[in-house]
Design a protein around this ligand. Structure first.
Ligand code: ADP
Ligand code: ADP
Length: 239
């Protein structure tokens, strides 16, 4: 049974940059993996090749026993619904309320049909509130996203991702713009949710200490190649 695997994954950008050289990795159900490496190592390109925000140049991505390397159209949308994304800059709809941002995760394209001001059902709102409780934001449910602190906004990002009921969460430098205390807070929520819901979570980080503290497995990437894959306590600083 394959949860997620990449085989000989390569990405060459149009300008010739070899961002991923040959990435073969296996991810298991429920694990919290941190990908670490210097800026420009290929971490972001790797995550984007999995959910296909980026088309890889060659190699394969297998997700829940399915070859998804070249899926298109409706099939690709179905794959993406299984994958929650969390971004460095939160990517919230700033002038929308917290609850509405979360419903964008739960309802996907349906919520875009309802637009920025459409009415959601009471049941939808109830479910969004229950999810917001899980990230400690029930008291901020009807505030605009841009009234929240950075750490709170990223917790909305987490809530929106889990509202999708994903099998996989990909978080690209989720704490890069947060202070240390908000960072720990956000990482704690990610870890708890990953454990409680059995969601495989892959988090790009450039802070090795944070990766060691929260991840069950660390993958080091340098210049588009895997240079480490193991338990946090096996990682020494000679990289
Ligand atoms: P990281 O997330 O580890 O900082 P990236 O995946 O963003 O690394 O980048 C890997 C390499 O690919 C870098 O050399 C970067 O400059 C290059 N790169 C990223 N995006 C593009 C792009 N759209 N076009 C050309 N080169 C890119
Ligand atoms: P709106 O701009 O339509 O008020 P909100 O994002 O504030 O949108 O709210 C989203 C949904 O939650 C709406 O369908 C609205 O009916 C409902 N709602 C708004 N405020 C509350 C509240 N205080 N308690 C429960 N439901 C609310």
């Amino acid at each position: 049974d394959i949860f997620l695997e990449t085989r000989n994954l390569k990405k060459v950008y149009p300008d010739g940059t070899e961002a991923l050289k040959n990435i073969t990795l296996t991810f298991n159900k429920g694990e919290l993996v941190s990908i670490i490496g210097p800026s420009g190592a290929g971490k972001s390109t790797f995550l984007r090749s999995i959910n296909r925000l980026n088309q890889s140049s060659s190699g394969e991505v297998i997700f829940q026993n399915e070859q998804i390397t070249n899926v298109k159209g409706k099939k690709l949308l179905l794959v993406r619904r299984q994958i929650g994304m969390i971004f460095q800059d939160f990517n919230l709809i700033k002038r929308s309320t917290t609850v509405r941002n979360v419903l964008h995760g739960r309802l996907g394209y349906m919520s875009s049909l309802k637009g920025a001001f459409g009415k959601f059902s009471e049941e939808d709102v109830k479910e969004a509130l229950a999810i917001l409780r899980r990230v400690g934001l029930e008291d901020h449910a009807f505030k605009r996203a841009d009234e929240l602190s950075g750490g709170q906004q990223q917790r909305v990002g987490i809530a929106r991702a889990i509202a999708q009921k994903p099998a996989l969460i990909l978080a690209d430098e989720p704490i890069a713009s947060l202070d240390p205390s908000s960072s720990s807070n956000v990482m704690n929520y990610l870890k708890n949710i990953s454990e409680e819901d059995g969601i495989t979570t892959i988090v790009n980080l450039h802070q090795v200490d944070v990766a060691k503290r929260f991840a069950s497995r660390i993958i080091g990437i340098k210049a588009g190649e895997v240079v480490f894959d193991g338990k946090p306590n096996e990682l020494n600083e000679q990289r």
